[in-house]
Ligand binder design. Sequence first.
Ligand SMILES: Cc1cc2nc3c(=O)[nH]c(=O)nc-3n(C[C@H](O)[C@H](O)[C@H](O)COP(=O)(O)OP(=O)(O)OC[C@H]3O[C@@H](n4cnc5c(N)ncnc54)[C@H](O)[C@@H]3O)c2cc1C
Length: 353
Amino acid sequence: MTNGNSSPRTADIVILGAGVMGASIAFHLAKRKPGKIVVIDKGHVGQGGSGRSSALIRMHYSYPPEVQLALVSLHMFEHWREAVGEEGDFRKTGFVRIVHPGETERLKQNVEMQRKLGVNVKPIDRVELKELEPDWTVDEVELAAYEPDSGYGDGAGVANDFLTRARELGVTYLSKTPAVEFLVKGGRVRGISTDRGEIAAPVVIAATGPWTRPLFQHVGIELPIETEYHQVAILKNAPGMKGGGCACIDSVSATYFRSDAHDKFLIGDFYGQRGADPDNFPQRASDDGLEEIIERTSRRIPKLENAEVVRGVTGVYDMTPDSRPLLGPALLACTFAPVSPAWVSRSPQPLAW
Ligand SMILES: Cc1cc2nc3c(=O)[nH]c(=O)nc-3n(C[C@H](O)[C@H](O)[C@H](O)COP(=O)(O)OP(=O)(O)OC[C@H]3O[C@@H](n4cnc5c(N)ncnc54)[C@H](O)[C@@H]3O)c2cc1C
């Protein structure tokens, strides 16, 4: 996916990182024709968190701007062909948010706020939940939030589609081109140095996920971004399990899960290990780790006890102290990890469930 041997020497905008964020920014900017845009990635498109994402698509956030952002994204996923010109892979399975019984009031408030913002969500009781998902044990559930329009997608596919379209619109893409250092003069960014030379540009946008902090340390900016290692289990549906069911974030089992096509099932963990090196983390999930999350999820879905593990997925999130994305004039577009529930039980003040 490299654009020949010659690397451009100048650009109007350089975007660092070709994950879902960098590729999306490139696509949306290219549609506005702001001049010459160059995207560079140290590896290839979608190779970061985007290609490892469990890709749950849900509207259930407690911070209104995140709900609004999720709604705009959902609309795009639903109309991917018109919006991006590619087939897309959005599966509208429905989504359920289960909280501890003591959190029912907060769930109701969240649902109310989301409804006001236009989300198709309703509170459902345990009888309705059992009707929706007969395989789930729901005895302790007082109330859950149900979003019929949500589901899951494909992170690598989204990054690829955005970048493909961006390139058709004239964006230059350089794979295997690590950004080494921001070029700074007179207190302003003047471009970026890469291992293929310098690119002068008045605007540089960093969408470099868990690699962002060291990049900014070079220019004396200390960003509060931490990394967190996570493991995900992909299982074959157990005999008798209904395929294609709702995606779910479940505070009680501290897991999230979803169907994976019609014959498989994906489970992720709320808990992860802080301080992971995004260039050097285990590529193979540990048997113990997978067993542990399957055991916890089996309390919710007993049939999973007999499900066969197909494979594990590992990945690294970028995390901020308040679990919100860092976006803005510092030219950042990173830490979208809060779209994952992973932080929920770790955060001293769970803000965004
Ligand atoms: C296991 C796991 C499960 C997840 N599940 C969900 C989920 O269910 N739902 C959800 O919404 N989100 C989920 N996420 C989070 C989601 O995947 C990320 O928020 C999203 O993919 C981040 O995209 P990004 O473009 O910001 O970063 P990335 O996809 O990490 O992309 C950053 C890119 O920058 C490049 N790069 C880094 N440094 C440099 C450099 N110096 N020079 C050039 N290029 C560089 C990298 O090669 C990489 O391609 C999950 C993440 C993980 C790891």
